[in-house]
Design a protein around this ligand. Structure first.
Ligand SMILES: Nc1ncnc2c1ncn2[C@@H]1O[C@H](COP(=O)(O)OP(=O)(O)OP(=O)(O)O)[C@@H](O)[C@H]1O
Length: 253
């Protein structure tokens, strides 16, 4: 369970002024939930995710994971960001094994486990390739495998598919859903895509305002496993999209 309590972040800018990015953000995410965060550009979605990841420190409030306030990054929270963040000088296999090696696992078992994850993200044949030899979608699959390999209970995803073409994005969304259905991680997923948020999530959090805060939380009561073709014909799915589009338009004003 993640509990976000009255979270705020005021940055000191390079010009010596202060800038409050988010304030009074409250949110509870039960174990195993898939929660997306939507909101206009600059409302603080990434800031929130970075604080939960322990990469930024809150200036107000706190984030509690399993009853303890977080004090920095930890292997229980795995980030997957838009920039693929793979080491260009390492093969795909070594990239995926990296987190395991960092945790002290010996080379051979780490590589064996990494191979298993590469199979799961359909990159089994690319273990010996270098990141620059992969497409954008394949690189993002490798980045996801690298994070999943060390089995974080919480996945923090910041527009992970934002840089991909529409077709690849749809493929990776459904691959992510089927992995999540097997693994049961808690996911916090920042996106600009309303359809993406509805398709993937149990709940969608709409942020807005300056400073940014939580404006609305929408439950996505759609059956799982979700099949996009069925959803497109489902009036509840269409209504949720319209409702969230309307909320976003209101927040952009
Ligand atoms: N290191 C920093 N120093 C000062 N201000 C910052 C810093 N990082 C972020 N901000 C400010 O915090 C606010 C929120 O930024 P953030 O990147 O969290 O928004 P976002 O909702 O993720 O935006 P986008 O959708 O465009 O990625 C912005 O006004 C931004 O200028």
């Amino acid at each position: 369970m993640i509990v976000i309590e009255q979270l705020g972040k005021t940055f000191l800018t390079a010009r010596g002024t202060s800038h409050t990015a988010i304030e009074n953000v409250r949110l509870e995410v039960p174990d195993g939930q898939f929660v997306s965060i939507l909101g206009p550009s600059g409302c603080g979605k990434s800031t929130l995710l970075y604080i939960v990841g322990g990469f930024e420190q809150a200036t107000q409030g706190q984030v509690i994971v399993d009853g303890k306030p977080i004090a920095g990054p930890g292997p229980d929270r795995g980030p997957v960001f838009q920039e693929y963040a793979l080491f260009p000088w390492k093969t795909v296999l070594s990239n995926v094994a990296y987190g395991l090696r960092q945790q002290g696992m010996a080379k051979k078992p780490a590589e064996e486990k990494a191979r298993g994850w590469l199979e799961k993200v359909n990159l089994g044949k690319y273990a010996d390739f270098y990141p620059k030899e992969l497409s954008g979608g394949m690189r993002q699959r490798a980045a996801i495998a690298r994070t999943l390999a060390y089995e974080p209970r919480i996945l923090l995803m910041d527009e992970p598919f934002g840089a991909l073409d529409a077709h690849t994005r749809l493929t990776l969304q459904s691959e992510l859903l089927s992995l999540w259905e097997q693994l049961g991680n808690t996911v916090l997923f920042v996106t600009h895509g309303v359809e993406e948020a509805v398709y993937l999530s149990d709940r969608v959090v709409v942020m807005g305002g300056t400073p940014g805060t939580v404006k609305q939380i929408v439950d996505i009561d759609l059956p799982r496993p979700r099949v996009r073709a069925d959803l497109l014909r489902n009036p509840v799915y269409q209504d949720l999209i319209i409702q969230l589009e309307d909320s976003l338009v209101a927040e952009r004003v």
